[in-house]
Design a protein around this ligand. Structure first.
Ligand SMILES: C[S@@+](CC[C@H](N)C(=O)[O-])C[C@H]1O[C@@H](n2cnc3c(N)ncnc32)[C@H](O)[C@@H]1O
Length: 229
């Protein structure tokens, strides 16, 4: 019997942001649930699942076998986007790795920074604000930025398309992105402010960033908005 993997809210939102009709790559696929789910959806001519390590990739082999979608899946072992040919896919998913790893993986693949490049669907495990800031500065626009709760944690599920127009984002854009437009945005923002308050403790009062953070937190307080820490 075919066992299409069930996805939690985080991976379900991730799947919903991939461009249909073009191949898709799930980089850092690990358990392979998203890879197999995307292949079973019939929306993508090819799904590439890749991981840096053989252990996780062998889990993906089992997930794909059990979902009986081997004919639409390539599983590849390797580092980041080095497993892909330039422009091979319409969407690159990077979910569950740190913001820093996400940035390093993308920086190593210059073809991503092009209007013909793939949509990036990113779910950083850490430092959402750092990743948003980097995306804006590199000339990406956020086509989606969904606050999603799964397993008691808040995630930001982002879709970024290259525009070639780098921007200098405000601190608020980095911290909240576009999440305020969606249900859950207020809870996500409260969590982000809590992290910001903690980060502020490590900064000298003379640091310009400290001033920016103080202003943002004061504005939120004046608007009667909560802080989760
Ligand atoms: C926490 S798991 C996330 C699994 C899945 N994407 C998810 O979000 O549920 C992170 C996976 O990324 C893989 N990974 C880490 N760095 C990588 C890299 N540079 N290239 C490919 N995979 C990588 C790890 O081996 C691990 O299997």
């Amino acid at each position: 019997m075919q066992a299409v993997p069930a996805l939690d809210a985080r991976l379900s939102a991730t799947a919903g942001l991939c461009r249909p009709g073009l191949p898709v790559a799930d980089i850092g696929c690990d358990h392979g649930k998203l890879t197999a789910y995307l292949a079973c959806s019939g929306l993508y001519p090819r799904v590439i699942g890749a991981d840096l390590r053989p252990g996780p990739l062998s889990k993906a082999v089992l997930a794909v076998k059990s979902a009986r979608c081997e004919d639409r899946v390539d599983l590849r072992l390797g580092d980041g986007l080095s497993v892909l040919q330039p422009y091979e896919v319409g969407t690159v998913v990077l979910a569950g790795v740190s913001a820093q790893t996400t940035i390093e993986i993308l920086q190593a693949a210059p073809w991503v920074f092009s209007p013909q490049g793939p949509r990036l669907v990113l779910v950083p495990a850490t430092k959402h604000a750092t990743l948003r800031g980097w995306l804006y500065q590199q000339g990406f626009a956020l086509a989606a930025d969904l606050p999603v709760q799964a397993g008691g944690k808040w995630y930001a599920v982002m879709a970024a398309d290259y525009t070639g127009c780098p921007a200098v984002p405000t601190l608020a854009q980095c911290v909240y992105g576009e999440t305020g437009q969606h249900p859950g945005g207020a809870d996500y923002a409260a969590l982000q402010r809590g992290k910001l308050r903690k980060y502020r403790l490590g900064l000298a009062d003379t640091d310009p960033l400290a001033h920016e953070i103080d202003t943002l937190l004061k504005e939120a307080k004046a608007a009667g908005l909560a802080c989760s820490l």
